[in-house]
Design a protein around this ligand. Structure first.
Ligand SMILES: Nc1ncnc2c1ncn2[C@@H]1O[C@H](COP(=O)(O)OP(=O)(O)O)[C@@H](O)[C@H]1O
Ligand SMILES: [Mg+2]
Length: 372
């Protein structure tokens, strides 16, 4: 079996480093504070938080994990949240009996063949109202005050903005700030949106949580991980080639594993040594597999956006400076700003500190090799 995984949450011995970060998450939440953790997609937020939830659960905390990605309406939020609340760490019967007091919900608990309770809920109203949502939002605190400690993780939290016409952000904030026994951890990928939410004076979540930014994994730890993983199958890889892999994929954890999985695949069953040439071949292979998608992605962008994206693929620092604009034959800083915002909203471009970058390093390479 391929020792590298990239299509699920990294856990067990597939997960390395992040000890300090995990501890900080655990301690902050145990200390009764709320927290926001942001980093670009595929840096390892969800994996890190699963690790932290493991540790919190071991300490007797009920952890509720809710993903905002599939939410598109109040109903879907209610469904996702109730499902999350009734999952393994909590008791379906408790939720069910508790929900009976919310008249617009009809909860049921059924038992599977193993006698394990499962929970589902029907809505008696045509449309779920914000009043019902407000009741649902209080459940974690009620669970907690009956003797349990509860931590609620809200992943991809920037998606709350999909419900902005219901003022969901403000509603959530008004509830959460009264919760004394339930604590919240917000994760987000679109860093510009998350930063606005938690750092702008005018926003409901302004300064409401302790902030933590997740950076890339240290090169030394990645080197150790790669050498150990390849080594198990008798494959050698020198430090130089480890660094070369990291460099090809801008050191992003997900792509490190993806590229390493390709390299491993190409070497099995009899390969002995990872070489630079092989890494190059594998990069080309990944791009070849994705080129139709990349072509589509690029071709549906407007002209200015294409130009800005190509410029960022080359260099992402000081992109609003006069010199940059001249060098890349862009029009004006304001045009670049607008284009970058759209590219960020689409998840095509991301930003770390003051540097912009193409979120998918293979897309960046595709752009450079195709259009330059
Ligand atoms: N600490 C880690 N150790 C090993 N692999 C990791 C780690 N963090 C992330 N990864 C790799 O990156 C992939 C994406 O991680 P994920 O937690 O889903 O990122 P995010 O939630 O930030 O998008 C994982 O499947 C794994 O391959
Ligand atoms: Mg995630």
């Amino acid at each position: 079996m391929n020792p590298f995984t990239y299509d699920s949450i990294a856990s067990g011995d597939s997960f390395y480093d992040r000890k300090d970060e995990t501890q900080r998450v655990v301690q902050t939440l145990l200390g009764g504070n709320n927290m926001v953790l942001f980093a670009p997609r595929r840096y390892g937020k969800t994996s890190l938080v699963y690790k932290a939830m493991e540790q919190l659960s071991a300490l007797g905390v009920d952890c509720v994990y809710m993903d905002w990605m599939p939410v598109y309406s109040l109903e879907s939020f209610a469904e996702q949240y109730l499902k999350a609340l009734s999952k393994k760490q909590t008791i379906p019967e408790w939720i069910a009996s508790h929900l009976s007091s919310i008249t617009s919900l009809r909860p049921t608990v059924s038992f599977d063949t193993m006698g394990k309770p499962t929970f589902s809920v029907d809505f008696t109203e045509q449309k779920v109202t914000t009043a019902t949502i407000a009741d649902i939002l209080d459940i974690p605190e009620q669970m907690a005050s009956s003797g349990r400690r509860v931590v609620v993780v809200m992943d991809e939290f920037q998606e709350v903005m999909k419900l902005s016409k219901y003022n969901m952000e403000a509603l959530l904030r008004s509830k959460i700030q009264l919760h004394k026994h339930a604590n919240y951890l917000f994760l987000g990928s679109k860093t510009h949106l998350m930063q606005n939410m938690f750092m702008r004076h005018s926003r409901p979540f302004y300064q409401s949580a302790s902030t933590m930014q997740l950076s890339l994994l240290p090169e030394q730890d990645t080197t150790r991980f790669l050498q150990e993983r390849f080594g198990k199958d008798g494959i050698g890889i020198r430090q130089e080639e480890c660094l070369y892999i990291m460099k090809q994929v801008d050191n992003i954890p997900y792509y490190i594993q993806l590229l390493s999985a390709e390299v491993w695949q190409a070497l099995m069953p009899n390969g002995k040594e990872v070489t630079r040439e092989l890494i190059d071949t594998c990069c080309r292979q990944v791009i070849r597999l994705k080129q139709d998608y990349y072509y589509e992605l690029f071709s549906r962008l407007a002209g200015t956006h294409k130009k800005v994206l190509l410029a960022i693929a080359k260099r992402g620092k000081n992109i609003f400076s006069a010199e940059y604009i001249r060098e890349h034959r862009l029009v004006a800083a304001s045009t670049v700003q607008k284009a970058v915002r759209l590219l960020q909203d689409e998840g095509i471009v991301d930003k770390e500190q003051d540097t912009y970058f193409v979120a998918d390093p293979f897309f960046r390479r595709y752009l450079l090799q195709t259009y330059e």
